[in-house]
Design a protein around this ligand. Structure first.
Ligand code: OAD
Length: 249
C-alpha cells in the first residue's frame, strides 16, 4: 500500500503548505474561492461558530430565522441593528485586497461568499456571489421594494405596501437566492481549484460546494473541522496571515 499524501499544514510548517497552494494556483486555469465568516474576523467582525461567535451566546432561531421575524420582530430588529451598526467603521483587511488583486490579474475567477458584510466588494473584487445576501441592503419582506438603512433603523414600514422591513439576507428557514446560487454552482462545477477560506462548513447548502467541485480542493481555516469531504490540502492558520504568505507573482 502506498503512503497517503500529506494533507494538513500548520504552525511553522504552514509555509510548505502555502508553497503547494501556490503551485496548485499556477497550474489551475480556473480557480474559485469560497469564503465564510472566518474571512472577516481579522476585520473585527465576529464569526458565528468560532470561539467568540454569535451563536455561542445567542440561539440563531430566536434572532435570525424567518420565524423570529414573524414572531418577535423587536428582537429580530435589535439583533440586525446591532450587527449593521457594528459594521460602520469596518474595513477590508489585506487578505480581502489580495483576493481582489488575484481576480484583477486573472489568478482567480470569482468569489462565492456566505458573508453578508460586503467586504469583498469593498476591497475591489468584482465577481462576488453573495449567497447569503448583503446585510446593508434593506428591503420589504413582502414586496421586496428596496429602501434605505435609516428606514430600517427607525422601524418604518414599506412605503409601497406598508409591510415590515428587513435586511436582504437569507434567514434560517429561507432558500438561497436561486440566481446567485446557480452562478456560483456553475463556476464551482467548472473550476480546476476550489479554495475554501474561513468557514465551519456547517450550513447547508453552501457546505456542499467542496463536494460538487470536481477539482482540487484546499481548506484554509484556523481550526481543523471534520466534514465528509477530503480536501487535497488543509492550511490551519488565519486567513489574512495565510493569504499574505502567498507569493505575489
Ligand atoms: P462559522 O462561524 O460557522 O465558521 C467560521 C470558521 O472560521 C470557524 O471554523 C472559525 O474557527 C474560523 N475562523 C475564524 N476566524 C478565522 C480566521 N481569522 N482565519 C481562518 N479561520 C477563521 O461561519 P460560516 O461557516 O461562514 O448564515 O457560517 C455559515 C453561515 O452560518 C453564515 O453565513 C450565517 C451563519 O448562521 C446566515 O446568516 C444565513
Amino acid at each position: 500500500m502506498g503512503r497517503k499524501p500529506r494533507v494538513e499544514y500548520k504552525g511553522e510548517d504552514i509555509e510548505n503548505g502555502v508553497k503547494i497552494l501556490a503551485k496548485l494556483m499556477r497550474e489551475s486555469a480556473n480557480t474559485v474561492v469560497l469564503t465564510g465568516a472566518g474571512m472577516d474576523t481579522e476585520s473585527n467582525i465576529p464569526d458565528f461558530r468560532g470561539k467568540n461567535g454569535w451563536w455561542k451566546s445567542i440561539d440563531p432561531r430566536l434572532v435570525a430565522s424567518i420565524d423570529s421575524f414573524y414572531e418577535n420582530y423587536e428582537l429580530f430588529h435589535e439583533f440586525y441593528t446591532t450587527r449593521i451598526k457594528r459594521l460602520e467603521d469596518i474595513k477590508p483587511h489585506e487578505g480581502h485586497y489580495i483576493l481582489a488583486d488575484f481576480e484583477r490579474r486573472g489568478i482567480i475567477k470569482s468569489i462565492a461568499t456566505q458573508n453578508v458584510s460586503g467586504l469583498h466588494h469593498m476591497a475591489g473584487s468584482k465577481k462576488v456571489y453573495e449567497l447569503h445576501g448583503n446585510i446593508k441592503k434593506i428591503k420589504c419582506n413582502q414586496c421586496n421594494h428596496e429602501t434605505e438603512l435609516k428606514d430600517f433603523f427607525n422601524k418604518k414600514n414599506c412605503s409601497l405596501c406598508g409591510n415590515l422591513l428587513r435586511p436582504d439576507v437569507v434567514l434560517f428557514g429561507e432558500a438561497l437566492p436561486a440566481d446567485v446560487w446557480a452562478l456560483a454552482e456553475n463556476d464551482i462545477r467548472k473550476c480546476d481549484l476550489l479554495i475554501v477560506i474561513g468557514t465551519s462548513l456547517e450550513v447547508y447548502p453552501v457546505n456542499q460546494f467542496p463536494k460538487i467541485a470536481k477539482s482540487k480542493t484546499v481548506f484554509i481555516n484556523n481550526e481543523d473541522i471534520s466534514f465528509d469531504h477530503e480536501f487535497d490540502i488543509k492550511l490551519i492558520g488565519k486567513a489574512k496571515e495565510v493569504l499574505k504568505m502567498m507569493p505575489s507573482t
